[in-house]
Design a protein around this ligand. Structure first.
Ligand code: GDP
Length: 461
């Protein structure tokens, strides 16, 4: 593909003040370069003599100037992240120190690594396949713990495994058809179409399942769009404040003071929520208020999750009925708020009116019942067939597109069978599906695609 043996270096940890910083050097001269700047207390010691996977205490020098006290870790290829000789210099984590050491390393024979270049080498040297390499980007970028966990499981190859299995199955069918066409005397295609149809159904299902997880994957990394609805003074702003943990929304006693929508990102139990607080929904003559109301409606239509806040201290009215109508077919949690006051509405009544939605009694003022809300959000979220132990999340647009195209191709095969197309037509679509799936694990991908993917990596990985 290209010459990947030259020696590259970068700061592998975040470029910010932290406990330690790591400067990573990888390539055929990595150990030599490190030896030029590293001095052990033992004068006769050099890293070139060190065994693989050993750590050595010493100082890094720029000429005669001592830069920092460090630990140098030697890993010889192929047993390193990049599968090349690698030295990692652990220094004190100041930005200036890391920068000075990196500059010294570069003056002594390495060149600065491009973004993602270490991971690219790992891929080119066969240490990981493309989907695993891309998962590294997601590990670096993931914004919530759950996204992190799913990236890690993808890294260990569960997506690759599923895709490989699908490809194998498809390839087998292509091979079978082609052999039968080549050698009709010995291999019969009688009744084959029916058999193929039977095999396609679970494959299509598997792809659909992976694609569903793609949507959930998006939710995980970007946050679930959550809208808080309720008539004016129900306690929406108060609830939002409790969830956000700061006095961002203005809480007042005058109905309709939350005129605009406010958005806030919070994390509950590792799940990111983008919470949108809306003006109270109600029929109104007030023009400013009307705009807020229509926005609330629009937000509700786009929401992944609705939290409907009811003022339990007052009887339900027209506004409530309107909101109940709005949330009828949506994923929603009903909060019976102000449970610290005398209640005029019951949980049972609300459950019945909303067609069996979960109703929780809370008090935004006293901050009671909030735990149950968090629990419920977590539960609702994972009911969407998300189970982190064996479920794969497609967190990546390229993967999703490839899966969609593979799915479309397999559906073409199904249509072809229904239309009684000749077998060699079927193999064209099977082959398409095979190729599309191949792009996920980096088989048969063009160089420019590889480069595009790796340029997305951050420096030092
Ligand atoms: P919004 O118009 O729906 O955003 O409602 P606010 O959050 O502004 O609250 C309206 C009024 O109800 C304020 O005076 C709050 O202090 C009060 N309030 C909100 N939640 C509770 C609660 O749980 N218990 C009691 N007693 N009052 C509450």
């Amino acid at each position: 593909m290209e010459n990947v043996t030259d020696t590259i270096a970068a700061v592998a940890t975040a470029m910010s003040s932290s406990g330690i910083g790591i400067i990573r050097i990888s390539g055929s001269e990595a150990i030599e370069v490190a030896d030029r700047i590293f001095r052990s207390r033992r004068e006769d010691f050099c890293l070139a003599d060190a065994k693989t996977h050993t750590i050595h205490y010493g100082m890094v020098y720029d000429g005669e100037e001592a830069l920092d006290e460090v630990l140098a870790m030697v890993m010889r290829g192929p047993h390193s992240y990049t599968a090349e000789d690698t030295v990692e210099i652990n220094c004190h984590g100041g930005v200036l120190v890391m920068k000075r050491i990196l500059e010294t390393v570069i003056r002594n024979g390495a060149r600065p690594a491009e973004p993602g270049e270490f991971t690219k080498r790992a891929f080119l040297n066969g240490r990981m396949d493309l989907s695993q390499a891309e998962a590294v980007i997601d590990v670096i970028n993931s914004r919530s713990e759950y996204a992190m966990r799913s990236s890690v499981s993808q890294l260990s190859g569960s997506l690759s495994r599923k895709v490989k299995k699908l490809r194998e199955d498809i390839l087998y069918q292509i091979a079978f058809i082609e052999s039968a066409l080549d050698d009709p005397e010995h291999i019969s295609l009688d009744g084959y179409e029916e058999k193929l149809n039977g095999l396609l159904a679970p494959m299509v299902e598997e792809l659909e399942k992976l694609l569903r997880s793609a949507d959930n994957g998006k939710l995980l990394s970007e946050g679930i769009k959550t809208v808080i609805l309720g008539k004016p003074n129900a306690g929406k702003s108060s609830l939002m404040n409790v969830l956000v943990g700061e006095e961002r929304a203005i809480v007042t006693d005058i109905a309709g003071t939350t005129r605009d929508t406010l958005e806030e990102q919070i994390r509950l139990r590792g799940i990111s929520l983008n919470i949108i607080d809306t003006a109270g929904i109600r029929e109104t003559e007030d023009r400013v208020e009307q705009i807020g109301v229509s926005r609330a409606r629009a937000a509700a239509n786009e929401a992944d999750l609705i939290i409907y806040v009811v003022d339990g201290s007052r009887p339900l009215d027209e506004n409530d009925r309107m909101i109940i109508e709005l949330i009828r077919d949506r994923k929603a949690i009903v909060l019976l708020n102000k449970s610290d006051l005398e209640m005029r509405v019951s949980e049972e009544e609300l459950a019945e009116l909303t067609g069996g939605k979960t109703v929780l009694s809370v008090s935004a003022r006293e901050e009671t019942g909030i735990d149950c809300l968090e629990q419920e959000i977590e539960k609702l979220f994972y009911e969407g067939n998300l189970d982190f132990n064996d479920e794969i999340l497609i967190t990546n647009v390229r993967h999703k597109t490839a899966l969609e195209q593979a799915l479309a191709s397999l559906r073409m095969v199904q249509t072809g069978i229904a239309d009684q197309m000749p077998e060699d037509f079927l193999t064209i679509d099977l082959m398409d599906a095979y190729r599309q799936l191949g792009t996920i694990i980096g088989e048969a991908v063009e160089d420019d695609l590889v480069n595009e993917i790796f340029s997305k990596f951050c420096m030092g990985k």
